[in-house]
Design a protein around this ligand. Structure first.
Ligand code: HEM
Length: 456
């Protein structure tokens, strides 16, 4: 097994948690796991193996799948990300493409409107201290509801979706346990709506009604909401920590071009995927003498790949994109075209730009917290209404408070993540949702997902 390269030698608890997580990922896959790029096989091998036709297994045969299925329940067996290649996958992927297809201007307007509604909740006469992920998640819940149901999102649905998505991402980051009952409330709501024929899109015919419900829940009310919320939190936090960049954007002299550069740089430095994994279905040569046997689990490390080939890779510098095209450098925020890229690669930057514009139009952002790829602190930030000039002493006191609280939370959170992460890994290994599912399929039945009891 080849270890993933670390990017700094200094020790810190949050970094130790992330490294431990990578090691756990490798460990649960046993000796058949390899992480790319690594000290021997660099970015060119990463690209070649990722795009190889035999790097196409998604869930069956990887210990890691049990963990992801556990975290992304209910219905992980019909989540597009987890489906093995084949007709069912094609049917599901085509449905996702149909739901995501839309007129660019309409999509941007819908995103701006949803974010505006979330911002309306904040006072415009004083500074607010928010966690950016919590602030924007209800907005993306409403946006995704509108994508699926093609009608304005009622508050009850927005609450159910936000609670569900928050539970998933909290468990994934090991800052809390998962709560299957909270998630089940959204399932029940969606079941009624799908059964009543309220979804105006053609849903995958190869799925039963309960599976269609789980597909919608997993892809649109989990992945889409979580990813858009995380991405927005990252870009806004980056702006809050780089006032010069924020000011340049605010001046709007360069329009969307500079904003696109800011987004590219944010996604380069803080890719939403830490690791994407595949199970190989045939041999893949790594070099002249080494071959990955069929059945290997390949972990593709986005942060390591994104750090290669750039000057000062650890620095946030949107200007580096002034003369760079993503296709010419190591930049794959939405995956690789040859191997199941993100179906929202067109929609996401479009709606993120609209969201950022909406926030910057109303507030100046300021934050003194740390910025890591996993932002387990949910991006604390001061929002200063435009037109309000808080006294320098007040602002300085608020900034000190935010920094201090972040430092304290970092330590206690690190310990919590270790404990809760271990509990959930053990629980997932006991339940073995993916392994049981595939065992059942091999036995010739149509396996029902394991009746799970949550630990939370
Ligand atoms: C900024 C936002 C987003 C980023 C950076 C992002 C990133 C990614 C990446 C890197 C992958 C490929 C991982 C791999 O190779 O296994 C992926 C896959 C996927 N994403 Fe996104 N994503 C975003 C938003 C969304 C949204 C809004 C949706 C809405 C449905 C979505 C749905 C999916 C699905 C279903 C897959 C699995 C594709 C497949 O296996 O066919 N993502 N995403």
């Amino acid at each position: 097994m080849v270890r993933s390269r670390t990017r700094s030698d200094t020790w810190s608890l949050p970094r130790a948690v992330v490294e431990l997580r990578v090691r756990i990922f490798e460990k649960v896959n046993g000796d058949r796991a390899v992480t790319l790029p690594n000290a021997i096989h660099g970015p060119e091998v990463f690209e070649r193996v990722y795009a190889h036709p035999a790097a196409n297994g998604r869930s069956e045969g990887a210990g890691l799948s049990d963990l992801f299925w556990y975290w992304l329940a209910p219905g992980p067996e019909v989540h597009q990300e987890h489906l093995e290649p084949g007709e069912r996958y094609q049917d599901v992927a085509a449905t996702t493409r149909r739901i995501l297809a839309g007129n660019s201007a309409d999509l941007a307007a819908s995103a701006a409107h949803a974010v505006a509604a979330a911002l309306d909740e904040l006072p415009d006469t004083r500074v607010s201290l928010v966690r950016l992920r919590d602030l924007v998640m209800p907005a993306w819940a409403a946006f995704c509801y509108e994508l699926v149901f093609q009608e304005p999102c009622p508050p009850v649905a927005r609450k159910l979706i936000t609670t569900h998505a928050d539970d998933v991402i909290t468990a994934l980051k090991c800052t809390g346990l998962r709560h299957p009952r909270r998630r089940a409330r959204l399932t029940a709501y969606l079941r009624d709506r799908v059964a009543a024929g309220h979804v105006p899109h053609r849903l995958p015919a190869s799925l039963s009604l309960p599976e269609q419900v789980h597909y919608l829940q997993g892809t649109f009310f989990n992945t889409a909401v979580v990813q858009l919320s995380e991405a927005t939190a990252h870009v806004l936090l980056a702006l809050a920590r780089h006032p010069d960049v924020q000011q340049r954007l605010g001046a709007d002299a360069e329009g969307d071009r500079y904003l696109a550069q800011v987004l590219d740089e944010t996604m380069r430095l803080y890719p939403l995927f830490g690791i994407a994994h595949r199970i190989t279905t045939d041999e893949i040569p790594l070099d002249e003498t080494t071959v990955l046997p069929a059945g290997s689990v390949v972990c593709f490390s986005y942060p390591d790949y994104h750090a290669t080939g750039y000057e000062r890779p650890d620095e946030f510098d949107p200007d580096r994109w002034a003369n760079l095209a993503a296709k010419d450098v190591h930049h794959i925020p939405y995956g690789v075209a040859a191997n199941r890229p993100c179906p929202a690669w067109r929609l996401s930057p479009l709606v993120l730009r609209a969201a950022v514009r909406e926030v910057l139009g109303r507030f100046r952002l300021d934050s003194t917290v740390s910025h890591t790829r996993s932002i387990p602190h949910r991006a604390p930030c001061l929002l200063i209404p435009r037109g309000l000039l808080p006294g320098p002493r007040r602002l300085s006191a608020l900034r000190s408070f935010v920094r201090l609280r972040d430092g304290v939370e970092d330590v206690t959170r690190g310990v919590r993540q270790l404990v809760l992460g271990t509990l959930m890994v053990l629980h997932a290994r006991r339940l073995r949702p993916a392994e049981r599912y595939f065992d059942g399929r091999r036995a010739g039945g149509c396996p029902a997902p394991h009746p799970e009891r949550g630990v939370g």
